[in-house]
Design a binder for this molecule. Structure first.
Ligand code: CO
Length: 134
């Protein structure tokens, strides 16, 4: 069921500093910052040959990333995103296995315009998991 690693998301307190580290120190290709008000984040995409990193800076007061940064002020890994072919089939299978799907369980449109769902970190060794239909 599980497909490719679509991205690793890293919460950062300062997007410029984080993007510069990837661009200048690691030599990565990084995008311009993109505001995603619906998700409460501004995102920079870092392109890698086999995947991508998303640097997430909080946008707005009720950003879920702001909460995360209060607990991890220096920033840190926020979630892993795996691709699935059929997100509703994946959701139903996971629920049948006792995995907790966050929110109302209905897919939302993610940062790439594709349907996404999030799974409870306690069901995956403390790691927030995003599924994206791709
Ligand atoms: Co993501």
């Amino acid at each position: 069921m599980i497909g490719r690693l679509n991205h690793v998301a890293v919460a950062v307190p300062d997007l410029e500093t984080a993007a510069a580290a990837y661009r200048d120190a690691l030599g990565a290709r990084v995008s311009e910052p993109k505001a995603e008000p619906g998700h409460g984040v501004t995102v920079v995409f870092v392109d890698l040959p086999n995947s991508r990193i998303e640097l997430l800076e909080p946008l707005g007061d009720d950003s879920p990333v702001a909460d995360f940064l209060r607990r991890h002020p220096a920033g840190g890994m926020h979630h892993l995103c795996y691709q699935v072919n059929d997100i509703l089939a994946a959701r139903d299978r996971l629920k049948a296995k006792g995995i907790r799907v966050l929110g109302d369980g209905e897919p939302k449109t993610g940062a790439h315009g594709k349907p996404v769902l999030f799974l409870h970190p306690k069901d995956f060794s403390g790691t927030l998991i995003e599924l994206e239909e791709a």
